[in-house]
Structures are given as C-alpha cells and as structure tokens.
Design a protein around this ligand. Structure first.
Ligand SMILES: [Mg+2]
Length: 216
C-alpha cells in the first residue's frame, strides 16, 4: 500500500477554471485600490494578479511588497466567494483516484491556502468522498507548512515514510517538503507548471500512477 499525499490547486484542478465572474470582482477591486494608492506599477499589479493562480495571496503580497490593504481586499473576497456551480477537476482525476482507492492505496489531500476558500473549492469539486484524509495548511491559521503537517501525520498515524509519495505541482511547497522529509516526490506538470529537477519524477496525468504503483 502506498500513502499518496496529493496537492489540490493545479494538481487536481486548474485554478484558472474558477469562473471569471468570481475572480473578476477581486481583480477590479485590486486595480481600483492600486489606482488610488499607487502602491505598484500597473505592470507589477498584473503580474501579481497572474501569480494569484499559483500561490496563496499572502505570499504574492510579500513577493511584490503589496500593502496590507490589498490583503484585506483579498480576505473580504475569499470570505464571501461561493461556488454556485461545481468546479471541474482535470479529466484524469476522478477516474485515477477511484482506481488508486480500488488498488487499496490510502489517499490524503493536503492543500495550502485560506481555510474557508480551500474548503469551498474541495466541496465544489465534489472529491471529498475519494479521500481518506483531508488536511488544510491554513495560511490564515497556524500555517505550519506542509512538511510540519506531514511530520505530524507520520507520528500520529504511525506511517512509515517509505510508504509515502507526495504528488503536486509546486517546487517550493510540496516538492520541497518531500525533500526535507526524505519522502519521494512526483511533480505533476499540469499546463503552465515549470518542471523542477528537485522532484524524483515527473508525470502529466495521475493515470500514470495507476499503472505502476506496485513499484513504490
Ligand atoms: Mg498546487
């Protein structure tokens, strides 16, 4: 049995698939605030807005030295946003997670971000029932980091780290956590993801894991 530690954003679904009418509200508020306070150039703001797809907003704020008022705008937005329509996972996701479950593997979802927002996305994706465990590394809460959460799970669940396999898109988040903990990592190269040689292996679809898990 392998214990898969799977990431959510840009691993199980494309964050750019969040409906434009929801994200558009946020982007126009940020552009308006920037026009009023001239915090950064409009080019830098657009770059920051683009990065929101790939990193928690607090990280984006730090990266571009955005003022705290921008974080408040994001907080207002993410606390009120709700998905009326289901979000759609990447086409391989539902089938491959079901196959891995049927093969007897344990599936653990570990995602970083704002607790309420991550929960809303998980619910809208309708994937809860496919996971044995779901954990959120909440940036608006203790924000332990994925490495610390996995360390805790190793102890509390009595898991052996050689049985774990971390799967995700982010070099600086889950792949780095795996490196630090001595756990095998697989980077999934979804569209827009840049390959890192820090990962032990690269895949393009979770279905690739269904055929060869016997090797792990
Ligand atoms: Mg991700």
């Amino acid at each position: 049995m392998t214990i898969f530690i799977l990431d959510l954003d840009n691993t199980l679904f494309d964050t750019r698939s969040i409906p434009a009418e929801l994200t558009g509200r946020l982007h126009s508020r940020l552009r308006q605030a920037n026009a009023e306070c001239h915090a950064v150039s409009s080019e830098v703001l657009e770059q920051a807005i683009n990065d929101i797809w790939y990193a928690p907003f607090s990280v984006v704020c730090e990266r571009y030295s955005l003022p705290r008022t921008f974080l408040a705008i994001w907080n207002d937005w993410q606390e009120t946003v709700s998905f009326d329509q289901p979000l759609v996972p990447y086409p391989d996701v539902m089938r491959s997670l079901q196959i891995l479950r049927n093969q007897g593997h344990l599936l653990c979802l570990l995602t970083s971000g704002y607790r309420r927002f991550q929960r809303a996305k998980i619910e809208a994706l309708r994937i809860t029932q496919l996971f044995d465990e779901i954990h959120i590394d909440a940036v608006d809460d203790f924000c332990l980091g994925k490495a610390a959460i996995i360390s805790d799970l190793l102890l509390s669940r009595n898991w052996n780290r050689k049985d774990l396999l971390i799967v995700g898109d982010s070099a600086t988040n889950e792949i780095d956590a795996g490196l630090r903990l001595g756990i095998s990592t697989i980077q999934i190269l979804r569209p827009g993801v840049v390959a890192t040689n820090l990962a032990d292996r690269h895949i393009h679809s979770l279905l690739e894991l269904c055929h060869d898990t016997a090797f792990y």
